[in-house]
Ligand binder design. Structure first.
Ligand SMILES: C[S@@+](CC[C@H](N)C(=O)[O-])C[C@H]1O[C@@H](n2cnc3c(N)ncnc32)[C@H](O)[C@@H]1O
Length: 249
């Protein structure tokens, strides 16, 4: 479909459409393609510059990017997103249909990362990115934010397509051991995390809800120097997931 034909309206409407994903920038498009996203349309004002970038940074995806990105005039491109991506490309993809139960009850023995009411979509994206890198089974988030909002997908650099990312109203009950990752918990030690854990991380300001803490099978803290109150949410996710990988090496 030509990018000039109603593209501004389509890209704007897609930001609120639960069946679509807006991919802002080259890295988001690259990862989405690499992990099997169905791209519905993509537009960029300078196809040759974009191709040079793709050949340099992602030669495995350069041909696919060339095939799917349509040229659009710079003035129209600037209107496709509130902040036009600096890497000169924006795309729409179909959102995978996923349910929390399918993630929680999957056979995958890797941990599921649960973010309880995260406030910042950038943190959600950074958590998805590290969960994808560390081989987590998936990411679940509660609270008002849709974890597939463009800002979160930008934060994950499109790695939402590399693992299941779902929203739930509450931290669901499941047969996975519920591990609260909380500064007040027992210090994180090698072997501390059980297989198939549901690792719950709290919100940036308030931490984990009391009711969720009461349900936890285990409460684990990341040791910190005296005087430091807490780590950034996505940093805490990274430490816990990678400590587990290092346990195995
Ligand atoms: C910015 S912190 C929230 C700080 C909040 N004031 C509290 O007391 O929990 C966001 C989340 O990151 C995780 N986190 C941050 N630092 C941590 C640490 N040292 N140990 C365990 N979890 C930590 C926890 O899941 C926490 O709920």
């Amino acid at each position: 479909m030509p990018a000039a034909d109603g593209a501004v309206e389509r890209f704007r409407a897609a930001r609120r459409d639960p069946e679509l994903v807006v991919l802002e920038g080259f890295h988001a498009l690259k990862h989405a393609l690499r992990f099997g996203a169905e791209i519905l349309e993509a537009a960029g004002p300078e196809p040759e510059t974009l191709q040079a970038l793709a050949r340099r940074l992602a030669p495995d995806m350069a041909e696919r990017i060339e095939e799917c990105v349509r040229p659009v005039d710079p003035e129209r491109f600037r209107r496709l997103a509130p902040v036009p991506p600096a890497t000169g490309v924006i795309a729409l993809a179909r959102r995978p249909a996923l349910r929390p139960e399918a993630l929680l009850y999957s056979d995958d023995t890797e941990p599921v990362v649960a973010l309880e009411r995260p406030a910042h979509l950038g943190n959600v994206g950074a958590a998805v990115r590290v969960a994808a890198a560390a081989g987590a089974a998936g990411v679940l988030s509660t609270g008002p934010h849709d974890p597939w909002q463009p800002e979160a997908v930008r934060g994950s650099a499109g790695l939402h397509f590399a693992l299941p990312v779902v929203r739930a109203d509450e931290i669901p009950a499941s047969d996975r051991p519920l591990v609260a990752i909380d500064p007040e918990g027992e210090p994180l030690r090698p072997g501390a995390l059980p297989p198939r854990a549901l690792l719950v991380f709290g919100s940036e300001r308030g931490g984990i809800d009391e009711a969720t803490l009461a349900r936890a099978d285990l409460r684990v803290g990341i040791p910190m120097r005296a005087g430091v109150s807490s780590l950034n949410l996505a940093t805490a996710v990274a430490v816990v997931l990678y400590s587990r990988l290092l346990d195995r090496s």
